[in-house]
Design a protein around this ligand. Structure first.
Ligand SMILES: C[S@@+](CC[C@H](N)C(=O)[O-])C[C@H]1O[C@@H](n2cnc3c(N)ncnc32)[C@H](O)[C@@H]1O
Length: 457
């Protein structure tokens, strides 16, 4: 990890401890909480203000490692496919470019994430898979890869339409600090900062992809490879892009933190913008609304932007637009504007895939304080701190049993035994009656076989 050179001083008065909400101390560019005796690192010049900063750093390292290991595996797959095709053929050209892309992206991510992931910290992919630290695509560093290229390479139409709608939802608000929660790759926050040079704009996300925006806004050119979902041409399977901007926004600041433990003092912001955020965040809208209420000064504006595609497991939480409005009102806001519009969405020029979304921009003014919800607890202490016993949950017991059976089946694969031989062994060990075991082993091996042959994109 490298500590930053940029000072968090311009926004230090806004920042609070994500553990106790107390005042942070800024000492030689380092933020710390005297009450919690906790120092918060800076990562790539951006304050890393998580309640358990070291545990979160470790978790992201593992995720980044897994993504890098995955790029290595994809490159190896492509390399072996190249060996099977004729030199000079279109397939050879396509695969050679893809290989260059995977290798280039590996180098680019390694470089970008160097502040978080010191070199020589690689763990084998098998270890990640075994420990399930390989994240589902929705939670990885590169989950928002298309957003990154839209933000900084080809998304002018979408970016313009987005900023226009967001601006429309924040008319008549007094000037003051503005927070973008879930800023992603950072373009909207950057555009707001450029349009309002007198306003202090803070972009917050818990994904270190935010470092791209921080580096670009510091004047760097970042290399990233785009791998479009449906490449238009052979040359579009992997596209190397240099991401940069002409103009830097000095009033734009970055914070890596969990929005559910937003590290700010109460009532500091005049505007809080949540772009494509309220429907992806793990918390229910009513609780989130109360957290946003706390961050805003009275008469401050909450701007909700996006398509409201709620993903919650609880059907009650997958709210329609009128239910969203009701919830906002019940959380101390007056809904002042609701605008719906169709805008292009992730229409990469290198892809045949691209969407049009009917988005909504809601502007809601804070009219009263509401009680703040309790501090958000993402994970229990035995997971984050690692020094309390791991509880023997019922689901863990069941998982331990199934894992033993899986391990037993995998260990029986020796290149000679048939499914029937394995079923007999399971029967002998009294793990399962033979007939049942045969069907179960077949089902399990089909799943493994399918997974082994599944396309890796
Ligand atoms: C759908 S993306 C939208 C990103 C960006 N606003 C855009 O429009 O491209 C949602 C963003 O919210 C971030 N996010 C989700 N939960 C978060 C949390 N609890 N704290 C901070 N960021 C979060 C994700 O990392 C991601 O960048």
């Amino acid at each position: 990890m490298t500590d930053g050179n940029d000072s968090p001083a311009p926004i230090a008065h806004l920042l609070a401890c994500p553990r106790c909400d107390g005042r942070l101390q800024l000492d030689e560019e380092r933020l710390s909480c005297p009450a919690c005796t906790m120092q918060f690192p800076s990562v790539g010049r951006v304050p890393w203000l998580f309640a358990e900063p070291h545990a979160t750093l470790g978790e992201w390292r593992v995720r980044i490692d897994a993504e890098l290991a995955d790029l290595v595996r994809r490159a190896a797959d492509v390399q072996s496919a190249i060996a099977r095709c004729e030199r000079g053929s279109t397939a050879h050209r396509r695969l050679s470019l893809l290989l260059r892309g995977y290798q280039g992206q590996h180098a680019a991510v390694t470089d970008l994430m160097a502040p978080i992931r010191p070199p020589n910290l690689e763990a084998p992919l098998a270890a990640h898979l075994a420990l399930r630290t390989r994240l589902p695509p929705s939670q990885g560093l590169m989950s928002y890869q298309a957003n990154l290229h839209r933000d900084w390479a080809w998304g002018t139409d979408e970016n313009r339409a987005s900023i226009a709608l967001v601006h429309g939802a924040m008319t008549n608000v007094p000037d003051g600090p503005l927070l973008v929660q879930g800023a992603g790759a950072g373009r909207l926050a950057y555009d707001i900062a450029c349009a309002r040079p007198q306003t202090t704009v803070v972009a917050l996300d818990f994904n270190p992809l935010l470092l791209v925006a921080a580096r670009i806004n510091a004047g760097a050119a970042i290399t990233q490879w785009e791998f479009p979902l449906a490449p238009r041409t052979v040359d579009d399977v992997a596209v190397e892009r240099r991401l940069r901007v002409e103009q830097q926004a000095d009033n734009l600041h970055f914070v890596l933190a969990d929005a559910l433990r937003a590290p700010f003092h109460a009532a500091q912001f005049t505007v809080v913008v949540t772009p494509w955020f309220v429907d992806v965040v793990s918390e229910d809208l009513a609780t989130l609304a109360r957290r946003i209420n706390r961050l805003l000064a009275t008469n401050g504006r909450w701007v909700i932007f996006g398509s409201l595609a709620f993903e919650h497991a609880d059907p009650l939480e997958r709210r329609s637009l009128p239910e969203v409005e009701d919830c906002i009102r019940e959380s101390g806001f007056d809904v002042v504007t609701v605008t719906e519009a169709e805008i292009p969405y992730l229409q990469s020029p290198a892809s045949r895939h691209g969407r049009v979304e009917r988005v909504v921009a809601i502007g809601a003014t804070k009219v009263r304080d509401v009680p703040s919800p309790p501090r958000h607890v993402a994970l229990p202490d035995w997971l984050t701190l690692g020094n309390a016993p791991v509880p023997l949950l019922e689901s863990f017991k069941l998982q331990a049993m199934t894992t033993r059976i899986y391990a037993f089946v995998m260990a029986m694969i020796d290149g000679r035994r048939s499914v029937k031989d394995m079923a007999r062994l399971m029967d002998e060990r009294k793990l399962m009656p033979r007939d049942e075991a045969e069907a179960a082993i077949r089902g399990f091996l089909i799943k493994m076989f399918d997974e082994a042959n599944a396309p890796r994109r």
